[in-house]
Ligand binder design. Structure first.
Ligand SMILES: O=C(O)c1ccccc1N[C@@H]1O[C@H](COP(=O)(O)O)[C@@H](O)[C@H]1O
Length: 227
């Protein structure tokens, strides 16, 4: 098993190319109009062909209505839909069934108790994404560039699969992998020069730091390859 890498909030062909050329397993487009990374359905559909297999396209949504979810499914045809709002297990199942597209449910983690929320989505969401809680005053449920305490994850069982996000960057990725055992990493703000502005140099820097961490064997889960 390899460690999945999702580079999220991409808006330009250059940024998509940088992520895909470095082996990103997932590329994320944000559809949330309060975000500086927001793309309309038409913009996502236009960029969609640039995300070719084996890279997978994830569209990030927040408490979206059926009509918009349907438009995204039909026009953008993502490989996965990320649900980053207050979607209940029932709503997650509904979106999964209506679209036939795998879903990733994001959960905000501020304390060990928040991890119990995972249980409700087991067998319903295809993947779980663990992110930091939104800082006071932020209008964004994610993409705030803040990390949570990765040591909280120590209570999880070895078989608990999750993607880790929140404030990851080239400077902390080795420490994150030494303390957490995710099956994937998700980064957005950490490869930006300003909110919503991806920097291809920082994208390369993130993959370089990851390569270095892997060479040093930084906390890699025994089941995950170092390639
Ligand atoms: O990035 C956004 O603007 C965003 C908006 C609404 C929901 C989720 C959003 N981003 C997600 O946040 C995490 C981590 O972001 P960061 O690295 O801390 O900036 C990631 O899963 C994005 O998909």
């Amino acid at each position: 098993m390899t460690l999945d890498i999702k580079i999220c909030g991409l808006k330009t062909p250059e940024a998509i190319h940088a992520a895909v050329s470095r082996g990103a397993s997932h590329v994320g487009f944000i559809h949330f109009d309060k975000s500086p990374r927001h793309l309309s359905v038409a913009q996502m559909a236009a960029l969609r062909p640039l995300v070719a297999a084996p890279a997978k396209l994830v569209v990030v949504t927040v408490d979206l209505d059926d009509e918009t979810i349907e438009a995204i499914a039909d026009w953008v045809r993502p490989d996965m839909i990320q649900l980053h709002g207050h979607e209940t297990p029932g709503r997650v199942a509904e979106i999964r069934a209506a679209t036939g597209i795998p879903v990733m449910k994001a959960l905000s983690i501020g304390s060990a108790g928040d991890l119990q929320g995972i249980d409700a989505y087991r067998g319903i969401a295809d993947r779980i994404l663990l992110d930091a809680q939104r800082p006071k005053g932020s209008v964004l449920p994610g993409g705030n560039g803040v990390a949570f305490d990765w040591d909280l994850l120590a209570v999880l069982d070895a078989g608990d699969e999750y993607m880790l996000s929140g404030g990851l960057d080239a400077g902390n990725i080795a420490a994150a992998l030494a303390r957490a055992k995710p099956s994937g990493l998700d980064v957005s703000s950490g490869v930006e020069s300003a909110p919503g502005i991806k920097d291809t140099g920082l994208i390369h820097g993130f993959f370089d730091a990851l390569d270095k961490a892997r060479l040093n064997g930084a906390g890699l889960h025994p089941e995950w390859s170092a390639t």
